[in-house]
Write a protein that binds this ligand. Structure first.
Ligand SMILES: NC(=O)c1ccc[n+]([C@@H]2O[C@H](COP(=O)([O-])OP(=O)(O)OC[C@H]3O[C@@H](n4cnc5c(N)ncnc54)[C@H](OP(=O)(O)O)[C@@H]3O)[C@@H](O)[C@H]2O)c1
Length: 399
């Protein structure tokens, strides 16, 4: 009988958390949940505690921790940033699923990597902010970063240990989001609910908006650059509206290998949880005769200015991706609150990047805006981007 693997889930109450738990429900003999975290969804966390009986959990605040402790006196309950790190470093866990959204996952995900665990990495923003530090830390600690984002997981499956020097390019596919066919003159009329209805994937709100702007694909280019040690010039993005091919690798002899499957995050997650074995999953068969055709088109830059911004940031590297990430999180948060129009997202981010260009050329530019040497630098650069975006948003309201 295969030994059970112990799993910790950072962000258990989100969309990645849901998909992970759905895989684990199908394999109770293979996996045991040892620890879970949430931010504010304490009631949902309590339901998960009832069902999975973890030994440790972490919530946002001490008052929420008290509430959970009263309901489950036998449980170890942590809170705040230290709580997340306690869970990430849980010595009982062999696999940590990094499913927190945004930069909030930076320290806990890094702690999981420092502890030498297998880290199923869905939370891309930490890698965008501090990719070099993550890869260096994994090589020191012996951690295995298992790419869980569907595109990177597709490449991981295709490579399956093949040597990377034989790769001509990586091709990341993108659905194009809900506005791939919308005439450009209609963009000023896009409503929040339109941006939140993704044609192919069900995901959390932040990544759904990032998919509509295609900032998400730009962040994925940066993620791929680090995960596969690939220069940005060798990473291409194509629109593939069916989201059946999750990404492709073109090799030096002209062969292209792809991974196909329904757009369902349980597939990449199960690959990471089972790795190096493949798990059975109860999902419908992929019948290509029913799908009929798979389409590919190139990206229209005027439709997706955020993708260009992210690719430029990837090329400039150093602190630029962290600045862009912070600015994007601030702008998307504001958009989700209904304070902005969809077309303003890209404009604000362009303004922040112009502001960054001017400060970066000044002799008194802070060192964290020149390069990321530590996680603290990454946080400061992200924070600079956030504050710059907030200032631009205030100026916009005042105008
Ligand atoms: N969803 C997908 O299909 C998908 C696919 C590929 C990659 N990803 C990546 O995976 C990550 C998670 O995405 P998601 O769609 O699962 O997001 P989500 O549904 O919004 O879930 C986010 C999770 O993080 C927790 N969280 C939020 N803010 C936090 C904070 N400040 N501190 C600690 N925990 C916090 C949430 O807790 P509460 O519920 O308590 O708020 C929730 O458990 C993102 O980086 C995304 O880009 C997602």
């Amino acid at each position: 009988m295969t030994r059970q693997k112990n799993i910790s889930i950072l962000g258990a109450t989100g969309s990645i958390g849901d998909s992970t738990l759905s895989v684990i429900r199908q394999h109770p003999d293979r996996f045991r949940i040892v620890s879970l975290t949430c931010h504010r969804s304490v009631e949902k966390l309590c339901e998960l505690i009832h069902e999975f009986r973890p030994e440790k959990v972490s919530v946002h605040s001490t008052s929420e921790a008290r509430h959970v402790r009263e309901a489950f006196p036998e449980l170890e309950v942590f809170s705040g940033k230290e709580g997340l790190i306690n869970i990430a470093e849980d010595p009982d866990a062999q696999i940590v699923v990094a499913g927190i959204v945004g930069s909030a996952g930076l320290f806990p995900t890094f702690s999981a990597v420092s502890s030498g665990k297998n880290v199923a990495l869905a939370n891309k923003e930490p890698l965008v902010m501090a990719g070099r530090l993550f890869i260096e830390e994994a090589s020191k600690s012996g951690a295995k970063i298992l790419p869980t984002d569907s595109e990177h997981n597709a490449i991981f499956q295709v490579l399956n240990g093949r040597t990377q020097d034989k790769i001509r390019k990586l091709v990341l596919t993108a659905s194009g989001g809900p506005f791939r066919d919308l005439p450009l003159e209609q963009f000023p009329h896009i409503r929040l609910e339109d941006a939140l209805s993704h044609p192919n994937w069900e995901m959390g709100n932040k990544i759904t908006i990032d998919s509509a702007t295609m900032m998400n694909k730009g962040l994925e280019v940066i993620e791929a650059r680090w995960l596969f040690d690939m220069p940005v010039e060798k990473i291409e993005v194509v629109i593939h509206r069916e989201s059946i091919i999750h990404s492709m690798v073109e090799f030096c002899d002209g062969s292209t290998l792809a991974q196909l499957g329904f757009p369902d995050m349980r597939i990449p997650i199960s690959y990471c949880l089972g790795w190096p074995e493949r798990l059975e999953l109860e999902l419908p068969n992929l019948d290509l005769t029913k799908i009929g055709s798979l389409n590919f088109t190139s990206v229209e830059p005027t439709r997706y200015p955020c993708l260009e911004l992210a690719i430029d940031a990837a090329r400039m590297d150093r602190s630029v991706p962290a600045v862009l990430n912070g600015a994007n999180e601030a702008v998307v948060e504001s958009y989700l609150k209904g304070h902005l129009h969809f077309v303003e997202i890209a404009k604000l981010l362009q303004d922040v990047m112009s502001g960054y260009q001017s400060i970066s050329q000044k002799p008194d530019c802070p060192s964290y805006l020149r390069d990321i040497q530590t996680l603290e630098d990454a946080v400061k650069a992200d924070q600079w981007g956030r504050e710059e975006a907030q200032q631009r948003m205030q100026e916009r309201v005042a105008a």
